[in-house]
Design a protein around this ligand. Sequence first.
Ligand SMILES: Cc1cc2nc3c(=O)[nH]c(=O)nc-3n(C[C@H](O)[C@H](O)[C@H](O)COP(=O)(O)OP(=O)(O)OC[C@H]3O[C@@H](n4cnc5c(N)ncnc54)[C@H](O)[C@@H]3O)c2cc1C
Ligand SMILES: *[C@@H]1O[C@H](CO)[C@@H](O)[C@H](O)[C@H]1NC(C)=O
Ligand SMILES: *[C@@H]1O[C@H](CO)[C@@H](O)[C@H](O)[C@H]1NC(C)=O
Ligand SMILES: *[C@@H]1O[C@H](CO)[C@@H](O)[C@H](O)[C@H]1NC(C)=O
Ligand SMILES: *[C@@H]1O[C@H](CO)[C@@H](O)[C@H](O)[C@H]1NC(C)=O
Ligand SMILES: CC(=O)N[C@H]1CO[C@H](CO)[C@@H](O)[C@@H]1O
Length: 557
Amino acid sequence: MRIHALSLLGIGCALINVAYSAAIALAPRQTASPEIIPEITKFVESLALAPEQANEVAAKLNESAAALNLTSAPPPEAKLRKRSTVLATNLTCWIIQIKFASNSCEEGSTSYTTLSTMNWSKTCWLKPRCIVSPNSAQDVSITMKIIGFLNVRYSVRSGGHTPNPGYANSDGTVLIELSKLRAMSLSSDGTVASIGPGLTWVEVYDYLAQRGTTVLGGRIPHVGVGGLILGGGLSFFANRYGLACDNVKNFEVVTPDSNILNANAAQNSDLFWALKGGSGNFGIVTRFDMYTRNDLAQIWYEVRVYATDQTPALLDAIENFQMNGEADTKAGFVFSATTDVTLVGYIYGGPVSSPSAFSAFYDIPYLGHFAPPTIGTHHQLVASLSAAFSPIPARHDYRAVSTGVNATMYKAVYDFWKTQALAIKAATGGDASMSFSIQSFSKSAVDHGHSAGGNTLGLISQTQQWFTMLIDWSNAADDVAVRAAGKAVTDKWSEVSNSMGFGNPYLYANDASRDQNPISSYPPGNIAQMRTISNKYDPKQIAQILQNDGYLLSKVP
Ligand SMILES: Cc1cc2nc3c(=O)[nH]c(=O)nc-3n(C[C@H](O)[C@H](O)[C@H](O)COP(=O)(O)OP(=O)(O)OC[C@H]3O[C@@H](n4cnc5c(N)ncnc54)[C@H](O)[C@@H]3O)c2cc1C
Ligand SMILES: *[C@@H]1O[C@H](CO)[C@@H](O)[C@H](O)[C@H]1NC(C)=O
Ligand SMILES: *[C@@H]1O[C@H](CO)[C@@H](O)[C@H](O)[C@H]1NC(C)=O
Ligand SMILES: *[C@@H]1O[C@H](CO)[C@@H](O)[C@H](O)[C@H]1NC(C)=O
Ligand SMILES: *[C@@H]1O[C@H](CO)[C@@H](O)[C@H](O)[C@H]1NC(C)=O
Ligand SMILES: CC(=O)N[C@H]1CO[C@H](CO)[C@@H](O)[C@@H]1O
C-alpha cells in the first residue's frame, strides 16, 4: 500500500489574484430586459455585499443579462435556464472573488496550485476555473446562490480521498472545497460531538481522545470526514455500533437551492434518512453531530504481519470469525493482502488483552508486528496506521464488490487476484500495486443501522463481506491496463460468488470506482424514496444537473 497522506489541510485560498475585470470584459454591453431586473436585484440583495460591491455586481449582471440568456424564466420542465457556460462561469468566479476575497482563488496563484492538487489521487488533480473555501454554512449557502443563479457547474470536496476524477474536483468549474470547515466541539453532557466536514479522522480522534471519548469514523488517519460519512462509513467498531452514518444525530446541510437546514429524527427526518448513504445527492453537509462512544475510550489492538503463504489459513480464520467470533460485538478485524505481505489488525472495543474472540487467528505463524499488542486510544491506533502509507503522490483507484461468507470462495478469488496483481506489477515494470481486502460487515452491524432509524443502503440482515482493493500506480499511460486488472478481480468475485450461491448485489459507495454505480445497488424502493426527497429539497435538481459528477441519482438507470 502506498498512500499519499495529506498534510496541508485547512489552508484555503490565501492570495488575491488575477485581473477579474479582464476575465469578464468579453461580456457584450446590452440592456437587460425589464422583467429580469427584479430577479437580478433580489439575487444581489441575497449576497449581503457592501453597497458599492452590490452596485458593481448588479451593473455587471445588467449588462451581461442578454449574453447570459438571462431574459425570462425557464420553462418549468427545463428546471434551469440554458446559459452560456464560459461567460457564466467567469462571472460566477468574479462574484465569488468579490464576496469571498482571499477565500477564493484562480489559476496563477500558489494557493490555487496547492488546492487543485490537494488530492490523494493524482487522477483528480484537475483545473477548476476557481476555488472557494467557505468559512461557514452561510458562506456555502451564498456560494450555492451564486452557482444556482448563474447555472454553472461545480464540485464539492472535503478530504479529497475519492480517486474518481470529477467527483471532488473538476476542470473549468467552481470547486467548493471545505477545508476551512474545521470546527469541533463536544456537548456539555459529552454525548454528542459536532464535527466539520473539512477535518480528517485523525484530527477528530485526537480532539476526542483528549476528552476521554471517541466517535465511529474512518480507520486511516487522513481520510476526510465529509465523504466518508455520506457514503456510509466503515469503522473498526461497526459490529457494535453500525456505520458512521448510523451514528449521526443531526446533519447541518446546505440544500442545493441554498437553504441551511438541520436534518435529524425530529426535523426534516426524510432528509436525515436520505443523507445516510446518500452521498452528495442532497446538498453540502456543513456539520455532523455524532453520538460519542465513551465505552471505546480505551481499546485493545494488535496488527500482525504475515508471509503471503499464510493467507489461505487466514481466510479460513476469517470465515470462522465471521461465523462465530462476531457474536462478541466488541471484536473486529481488518485484513489487507498485498503481493509482499498480508496484514491483519485485531481490534477490541475495550481494555482486554488478547481477547478470545480472535482465537481462530492466534496460532497462525506471523513474521512480526506492524503494531504490537496495545491498550490505548482509538486515536493512537489510527495515528499509528499512517506509517503504512507513502507520502509520495500517486495515481489511485479502488473497487467494491460484496458477497456472503465462505472461505472456499475467498481462497478461489484470492488465487485469481494474486495472478492479476503479479501480472500487472510485471507489466508496469514493478510499479503498479494492488491490494486485497476482506471487510466484514456483520448481522449486528446491519441491525444497528435499522434500530438507529434506518439508512438508504437497504442491507440484508446477515453477515457479509465488502471486498475492496486499493490500486496504486504512477503513469497515466498505464491507467487503462491497471484499471482493467482491478475490474477483472471484481468481475471474478461476482462470477464466483453468484455461481456458489453467495452473491450480494450491494456495492459499498465509499469503495466504488467510477464505472460502478453503487446507488443503483440500493433497493428500488429506497431509490424511489431518495428521488422523492431529492425533488422536495432540490426542486430545480441543481445537485443532479449542475454538480459535475458523483454517485448521482441522475445516473441511476
Ligand atoms: C486510504 C483510504 C482509506 C480509507 N478508509 C476508509 C475507511 O476506513 N472507511 C470507509 O468507510 N471508507 C474509507 N475510505 C473510503 C472513503 O470513505 C472515501 O474515499 C470517501 O469518499 C472519502 O471522503 P473524503 O471527504 O476524503 O472525500 P472527497 O473526495 O472530498 O469526497 C468524496 C465524495 O463525497 C462528496 N462530499 C464530500 N464532502 C461532502 C459534503 N460535506 N457534503 C456533500 N458532499 C460531500 C464529494 O463531492 C465527493 O463526491 C478510504 C479511502 C482511502 C483512500
Ligand atoms: C473567461 O475567463 C478566461 C480566463 O480569464 C478568459 O481567458 C476568457 O476569455 C473568458 N471568457 C469569456 C467568454 O468571458
Ligand atoms: C440595472 O438596470 C435597471 C434597469 O435598466 C436599472 O434601473 C438599475 O439601476 C441597473 N442597476 C445597476 C446597478 O446598474
Ligand atoms: C436561451 O434560452 C431559451 C429558453 O430557455 C432557449 O430556447 C435558447 O436556446 C437559449 N439561448 C442560448 C443562446 O442559450
Ligand atoms: C463454502 O462453500 C463450499 C463449496 O460450495 C462448501 O463445501 C462449504 O461447506 C461452504 N462453507 C460454508 C461454511 O458454508
Ligand atoms: C495537500 C498536499 O499534500 N498537496 C500536495 C499535492 O501534491 C503536490 C505535488 O507533489 C504537492 O506540491 C502538494 O503539496
